[in-house]
Design a protein around this ligand. Sequence first.
Ligand code: ATP
Ligand code: MG
Length: 574
Amino acid sequence: MRDLLPYLKLYKKHWFGLSLGMLLALLTLFASIGLLTLSGWFLSAAAVAGLTIARETFNYMLPGAFVRGFAMGRTAGRWGERVVSHNATFKLLTDLRIFFFSKLAPLIPGRVSNLRDADILNRLVADISAMDHVYLRLVTPMVVGSAGIIGLTALLSWFDAKLGLILGAILITLLLLWPIVFYKLGKRNGAELTSNKATLRVATLDWLQGYSELTLFGAEERYRNAIFDVQQRLLTNQRFNAHFAGIAQALLILANGWTIALMLWLAADGVGGQSPNPMIALVVFATMASVEILMPIAGAFQHLGQTITSARRLNDIILSTPDVQFPSQSTEHESSYSIEYKDVSFQYPDGNTNALSEVNLFIPAGQKIAILGQTGSGKSTLLQLLNRYWDVQKGHIQIAGQPITKWSESQLRQAITVVSQRVDILNGTLKDNLLMASPHATDQDLHQALSKVGLSKLIDEQGLESWLGDGGRQLSGGEKRRIGIARALLHNGPILLLDEPTEGLDKQTERQIMQLFEQHFENKTVVFITHRLVELSKMDAICLIEQGRIVEYGSHVDLLANKRRYFELNQTLN
Ligand code: ATP
Ligand code: MG
């Protein structure tokens, strides 16, 4: 139950809509009970009056008007209650989604790296939607139910205290018993249902995303069957839920029936010490109407297990603190952008060896350094640490004389331009995909950047508005890479990090791109990761890295003269 607390607190912000919804629900309830109770009494009293002399004096008009008023009030009240409380709940869910997203974003990539995309999506969509149960199905019926019971007890007690209190006691017992019993019975099924729903989404997205690969390797059927399996389990959960709701309601109606019999028996001798009269009908019909108070509760509490499981899954994210936290204030720093790694050691959370060990590296402002090393040696990690994708466990990193932990996020992002090893293309227009690097760039700037990286042909047909990514044109590996480079040209920060920017390009394009970089390198601090030993003589320094350690450092000429690893590499590759 404690897991629901953060969601109950949201009441504060939407108190007006939620309270108004409850008030309308209460008025509707009173109208329903009033309608049945008054009609019961009215019919019997009218019948009795018809048989006696009272038919002359009996007032048919006033009760008749009230019956009509209650009937209209019930319809209007129910409509108003639905509109108001759903409106408030949907607003609450909107806030919750935004809040969840704002908590989720800083956790990427650290905390949530063990969660699948589909699982996170499921939390954002289904688990948050499940939170509407909290108000619509749990809090409102309980509050309205309690108030309704108090009201009905008071009404009956006015006529006959004993009958009123007996009915009140029975109703309160049912109000407390049903939730406890049906929560306990439905708890396991609810938790299973939530997790099966998540698994179904993950399995379906897996199958959808990997469809072509799965078909090529003949594994498509196996993955499809996994979807059917979990779907079957989910259907079983839902069937159980439906049966269960039916049983809860049937038992409640049965309990109500027995209560009616009991109240009829107790009232038969007369209500409030009078001889038997139409008031008996009033008591019986009031008891009959009391089922309206309890009905919303009958089926609700079997969902509580489901709601609590969803709340727990949301809390996993909402209550985590991000590994990397940026200060909100930007820092003063030198105007020249040097980079310094001091005794840096780093291990990935799920890695078992250090990805980097005791790295010491100073890159003066304006220098261009190439980083070489075998695959998996820690080159990309070196750049990710500089971007604070992760934080180092030992040592520290400085940019422009200030530890990067003092840089605000926007300040750091502005200072560093990256062409990462894997370029992601967003599902959007070509323009969207470029503007993300420089929101204020003009169309002319975008055209220029594209033509510099040799992608002018992308602009031919629909111009900058042509769609890329999943929903549009698919790009080749080399084209994606060049989009990455165009983004870097547009962003134009004083530090440039290049992670194998020419991989996948043919020799001629590679040469063009390298020339482009040379013009662009002016006055920038550049870290260039590469596998290829081309044009390294133009670099100020070369750094060889092996298994997370720097093994050789110096200029191209010096390293060749040393005749060690760099020299050997040159020998084997040339
Ligand atoms: P490549 O030339 O193939 O790009 P690299 O030198 O860039 O290789 P890194 O990506 O820095 O290598 O990886 C260094 C080591 O850290 C590798 O052993 C890799 O498996 C591991 N590693 C990289 N990313 C993660 C991660 N997110 N979680 C755990 N381990 C990781
Ligand atoms: Mg890499």
